[in-house]
Design a protein around this ligand. Structure first.
Ligand code: ADP
Ligand code: MG
Length: 240
């Protein structure tokens, strides 16, 4: 589904990603871990072309993405993204947030987009909130709207960047539940999270990023029980 060869990304002199190679299979759920500043968000943003890497190749669905030649809106249709701070449009209702991109980017008929949005709201447990504004919702509800909004584009892959980090603890579970449901339906997902219980339960693979490299990866049972790399051990000790 996603293939990355030799990806590198710097900000000025700071090399954040150094020759990253990564393959993500269809229906795979990958959790990305690593210390703050290790480049997790940058890697996700490169996959969605919110950042342009300096070197390397990215293939999505076997298609090489050449940013000079490819319509990036088309790529972003395939790759949905959910952010820590929801990024909903504050002056639009929940329904308007969800239909915005399908109607204005994908040129879907409005009636069709509305029908799909209602289906997605049902799926994330918010069917009675269609006409609410974001400020009238809890953080957990906002994040579920953000997930529904990303799904409205019918992406092939979903990227999540610390989707529960800004939530009060009692609201984390409802968002993780929506993500678990998505995983069990076979969505391909790349998730940056510190929720290791969730990772144990849902991830097919955990990847540890440090110093711009993937220093360790494996099944969550192996990584959590017997991290091989000293940096992984230290990181897990800090957050568990
Ligand atoms: P993480 O998500 O793992 O905490 P990030 O990918 O956000 O890490 O950041 C990796 C490094 O790149 C950090 O040192 C950060 O300060 C730097 N960085 C990220 N985005 C930018 C940017 N737009 N301009 C300059 N430096 C950046
Ligand atoms: Mg980050």
């Amino acid at each position: 589904m996603i293939e990355i060869h030799n990806l590198s990304k710097s900000f000025g002199k700071l090399e954040v990603l150094k020759n990253i190679d990564l393959h993500i299979n269809e229906k795979e759920v990958v959790v990305l871990i690593g210390a703050s500043g290790s480049g997790k968000s940058t890697l996700l943003r490169c996959l969605n072309f919110l950042e342009v890497a300096q070197g390397g190749e990215i293939f999505i669905n076997a298609e090489k993405i050449d940013i000079a030649k490819t319509d990036l809106n088309k790529v972003r249709e395939k790759v949905g993204m959910v952010f820590q701070h929801f990024n909903l449009f504050p002056h639009k209702t929940v329904l308007e947030n969800i239909i915005e991109a399908p109607v204005f980017v994908k040129k879907k008929a409005k009636s069709e987009a509305i029908a799909k949005a209602k289906e997605l709201l049902q799926k994330v447990g918010l069917k009675d909130k269609a006409n609410y504004y974001p400020e009238q919702l809890s953080g957990g509800q906002k994040q579920r709207v953000a997930i529904a909004r990303a799904l409205a584009m019918e992406p092939k892959v979903m990227l999540f960047d610390e989707p529960t980090s800004a939530l009060d603890p009692e609201l984390v579970g409802e968002v993780l539940q929506v993500m678990k449901d998505l995983a069990s339906e076979g969505m391909t997902m790349v998730i940056v999270t510190h929720e290791m219980g969730f990772a144990k339960e849902v991830a097919d693979r955990v990847i540890m990023l440090a110093d711009g490299h993937i220093i360790e990866e494996g099944h969550p049972n192996d990584i959590f029980a017997q991290p091989k790399h000293e940096r992984t051990q230290r990181f897990l000790n800090q957050i568990l």
